[in-house]
Write a protein that binds this ligand. Sequence first.
Ligand SMILES: Cc1cc2nc3c(=O)[nH]c(=O)nc-3n(C[C@H](O)[C@H](O)[C@H](O)COP(=O)(O)OP(=O)(O)OC[C@H]3O[C@@H](n4cnc5c(N)ncnc54)[C@H](O)[C@@H]3O)c2cc1C
Length: 455
Amino acid sequence: MMGMESPSPESSGGPDSPSPDAPAGPDSPSPDSPSPDSPHRPDVIVIGGGLVGGALALALAADGAAVAVVEAAPAAAPAQPSFDARTLALTDNARRIFAGLGVWDDIAAHAEAILDIHISERGGCGMTHLSCADVGGDALGYVVPSRAVGQALHRRLREHPAVEFHCPATAENLRQGRAEVTVSVSTAADGSTASAAAAAESTVTLAAPLLALADGGRSKLGAQTVGRAAATAYRQCAIVCVVETDRAHRGRAFERFTAEGPLALLPHSARRYAVVWSSELKNADARMALSDDDFVDALQAAFGDRAGNFSRPTARARYPLEHGAAARPAGRRVVSIGNAAHRVHPVAGQGFNLGLRDAVALAAVVAQARRENRDLGCDAVLAQYAELRRRETARVGAFTDGLIRVFGNRAPAMRLVRNLGLAGLEFCPPAKRFLLRRTMGAAAMTELAALAGAR
Ligand SMILES: Cc1cc2nc3c(=O)[nH]c(=O)nc-3n(C[C@H](O)[C@H](O)[C@H](O)COP(=O)(O)OP(=O)(O)OC[C@H]3O[C@@H](n4cnc5c(N)ncnc54)[C@H](O)[C@@H]3O)c2cc1C
């Protein structure tokens, strides 16, 4: 990670009326009246109670909406795809959002503050250093195991009176009607995730005016409704683990650009760093297969000794890396957020932070629509959300992809330019502040605060 973190409505039918000509989803017989077998009709259905969907549900509930969340895997399940081996760098804005949702106290016990960030290129002389002093505040951000965030979110979802939490349960058969959207939710009798006919008796149908897809980068329901977010794979994957070191980290994070890709060390707990090592695909298998001692040697050789001598790596996990965004995150009564709508390289620790701001923005737009007694899933409301997120999504995507391209260019002239750039940044506080404001998501938060202020 490097720093931290209306419409051209595409459809604008009558102000709040369902657009009569809008095509149904591929498998959608367009139910026009509430489904008779449905006992539940929340204001919003959220598919995916992972990092982003969990936060969205709590944000909607905090504003008084009735929410149903469908999540396939409990927070502690080994196969939980959102709360896993990853360690997240959260911006200070994310901390404030979590505090507002009532989960930060739970998360804080596992969080390590980032006080400064050291950025350099391996083999180059340019470097820069971003610190709290550049922007004020107690910390640039916080490092938290994603599982700790997940457990805090799920605990709160289970106890919140406005949230109906279906977990473990799978959402299927999404149907976009003119007046509502419906989805089938299957839960196995034994509590494990059900699929297909085996658990027909435990299938319920949910119906609502609006459905949010927060089901991640492989969103099947998204592909059937709003369209799959176009994604381009990087020729890199990320290897993550935690290592010990013989030197206290003092809240310092490192981003070191290597010929293969960025290598980040995040302060984890006393004398430990979370490692995110972007590795070319051709080297990743071999690195994953190394013994712990050999892996530590390879890491030390790639990073150098600025953070001390590494030892005792935890189990490694690898993730494919890609970037892309849905051309349009909303379809009839359906909106996609988080990774279901966009994916970015983890180089700047932006992906979840961006998704969290999607969640806050959508909750704010829904709250406004509820106050004005409008149809929550109408085209105009969805267009307002899409426009609110359009610029920041594009900006973060371009910024993270640009970093990978610029630092991935091996031409000697580019190397010189990069090193001059890093050195120049070091001596230009306004440029540092600009960079930090952008990567901390401050500009987007100002837009969201303006929306909240309009309440
Ligand atoms: C190596 C790595 C490091 C990263 N580091 C950072 C970082 O430091 N900071 C940062 O901000 N971001 C970081 N990210 C990005 C971050 O992990 C993602 O942006 C985030 O996980 C996206 O969350 P999500 O909830 O949108 O999707 P997911 O995490 O994929 O969650 C989707 C959820 O939906 C559920 N689901 C899917 N389909 C269904 C269905 N049909 N029915 C019911 N449930 C369903 C899944 O079980 C899952 O819980 C990193 C990513 C990687 C790969």
